[in-house]
Ligand binder design. Sequence first.
Ligand SMILES: C[S@@+](CC[C@H](N)C(=O)[O-])C[C@H]1O[C@@H](n2cnc3c(N)ncnc32)[C@H](O)[C@@H]1O
Length: 261
Amino acid sequence: MTAPSSPSRIDTSKPHPARVYDWLLGGKDNYPVDQEVAEKLPPEARHNAMRNRAFMHRAAAWLAENGIDQFLDIGTGIPTRPNLHQIVQRIVPSARVAYADNDPIVLRHAEALLVSSPEGATDYIEADVRDPAAILDHARTFLDFDRPLALSMIALMHFITDEEDPYGLTRTLVDALPSGSYLVLSHGTTDEHPHLATSVKNTYRKGEIPLRMRTRAEIEPFFEGLELVDPGLVTATHWYRTGPAPAEELSGFYVGVARIP
Ligand SMILES: C[S@@+](CC[C@H](N)C(=O)[O-])C[C@H]1O[C@@H](n2cnc3c(N)ncnc32)[C@H](O)[C@@H]1O
């Protein structure tokens, strides 16, 4: 595990995305400032967080079943069982998973992410997706970049504003991966709930959390030049590889899994 060079403090005076999301998932690792934001979100937010998480479970399992045994997960969040490594190591016990998040509270809980299967390994770095070089430098010490791996960025990039160049950051990360690797991305949207767009944005803005929900057309470019696997770019509840997707369930997220040619 890599600690930050100057240990960052957990700031309980301001809400943080990881802790708001933890509250939405029913976790206990959040503070009154986070609860204040989470409670003002529409009731759909709780269901959406769970549906997003369920997509992560299905996508990670599918990748492991299809031979991927190394994962770089950025924007990991506060551990919520099963975490990504628990899902993939059930299928491939020797799988290696590198986690990264920029919230110091995730570092505090990182021990839960570091209990790997004996055959596999997990690693954690406190790092910011806006500094992809730092993440890649660290990941290269732990994962083998000469073999395919999966980069997952689940419910992360809507915290990156247009000015911070979310597409360029994603491209830098993807370009570092060998052919046959995968990008797994889920991204918040209000396409399905247009009437909630303003209230969700304002709630996060009051908490000083920049939020940039994007439309389907704005999420497509994250996958530019990549080969989306079936069922393509769909809402979280519709990403099913086996069996029919539940009908008409909303999720507030677009998701996709794409192969790097
Ligand atoms: C909504 S949670 C998603 C957690 C997990 N990926 C999931 O989908 O269940 C978003 C996570 O992204 C992290 N995050 C937000 N901005 C980030 C950034 N610039 N760099 C790294 N992590 C970030 C937050 O700290 C939080 O843990």
